[in-house]
Design a protein around this ligand. Structure first.
Ligand SMILES: O=C(CO)[C@@H](O)[C@H](O)COP(=O)(O)O
Length: 226
C-alpha cells in the first residue's frame, strides 16, 4: 500500500478575522483542509469563534473544515459542527468522559471523528480507542494560542501512535498542531505524522497559498524517506 499524501491544514487562528472570507479564499485552492480552532476560555484560556462563524464560512467555500474543539463539554457542541458541514470534528480526550460514544455520534452525523491530545497528556491510555477515530491530533504545543514554539519531545507520541496504527492496520490520520513550519514539518513527518496544521507559517507568509504548497512538498519528501 502506498503512503497517503500529506494533508496541510492552514489554521485560521492566524488569519485576519476582519477579512475571514478573503483569508480562507487565499488558501482554498492550495490547502487540503481548513483548520478551525474553537476555544471557549474554559478548557483553554482563550476565546475564539464558534458555530455561527463556521456556519457562515461554510457558505463561502467548499474546502473541508477540520474543526478543533478546545472546549469543555464537547458532547454538547460537537454534533452541531457536524451538522454545520464540518468534514472532521476533533475534540479533546481531556474534556471527554466517553470519547468513543461521541466519536460514534459524530460519524452518525456524517463527520469524521478526531481525538486530540494536549501537551501534558500521555498517549498510551488512548491507543486502544483509535479504531473509533479517523484523526488523532497530537498537540506539539500547549493548546490555547497560536504562534508558539514547536516542542520536539511531542514527536515521541507521534512515533508511538504511528507504530500502533501500522501494527493495527488502522486507517487514521495522525495530525500535528502547533509551531509547524518549514523548519519543523519534516521532523513531524519523519516521526509519522501525515496531517499538518500551520497557522503562523501560512498566514504570515507573503503568499499563503505558496506557503501551503511548500509545506506539503517538504512533508511529502520526508514521508517518502525510508
Ligand atoms: O490549536 C492551536 C492553538 O491551540 C493551533 O491550531 C494554532 O493555531 C497553530 O498555530 P501556529 O502554531 O501554527 O501559529
Amino acid at each position: 500500500m502506498s503512503a497517503p499524501s500529506p494533508v496541510v491544514a492552514p489554521s485560521i487562528l492566524a488569519a485576519d478575522f476582519a477579512r475571514l472570507a478573503d483569508e480562507v479564499r487565499a488558501v482554498e485552492d492550495a490547502a487540503d483542509w481548513l483548520h478551525v480552532d474553537v476555544m471557549d476560555n474554559h478548557f483553554v484560556p482563550n476565546l475564539t469563534i464558534g458555530l455561527p462563524v463556521v456556519q457562515s464560512l461554510r457558505a463561502v467555500t467548499a474546502i473541508p473544515f477540520d474543526v478543533h474543539l478546545m472546549i469543555e463539554d464537547p458532547r454538547r457542541w460537537a454534533p452541531g459542527y457536524a451538522d454545520a458541514g464540518a468534514y472532521n470534528v476533533t475534540f479533546h480526550a481531556e474534556a471527554s468522559d466517553n470519547p468513543v460514544s461521541l466519536a460514534k455520534d459524530l460519524r452518525a452525523a456524517g463527520a469524521k471523528a478526531g481525538l486530540a491530545i494536549d501537551r501534558d497528556t500521555p498517549i498510551e491510555p488512548y491507543l486502544d480507542l483509535l479504531p473509533s477515530f479517523d484523526t488523532l491530533l497530537i498537540m506539539t504545543i500547549k493548546a490555547g494560542f497560536g504562534g508558539q514554539k514547536f516542542i520536539p519531545a511531542m514527536l515521541d507520541k507521534v512515533a508511538t501512535a504511528r507504530r500502533h496504527v501500522a501494527a493495527g492496520h488502522l486507517e487514521l490520520r495522525i495530525e500535528v498542531d502547533g509551531g509547524i513550519g518549514e523548519d519543523t514539518i519534516a521532523q513531524a513527518a519523519g516521526a509519522g505524522a501525515d496531517a499538518f496544521v500551520a497557522g503562523t507559517a501560512v498566514y504570515s507568509a507573503e503568499d499563503p497559498a505558496e506557503a501551503v504548497r511548500k509545506l506539503r512538498g517538504i512533508a511529502a519528501r520526508a514521508m517518502a524517506e525510508p
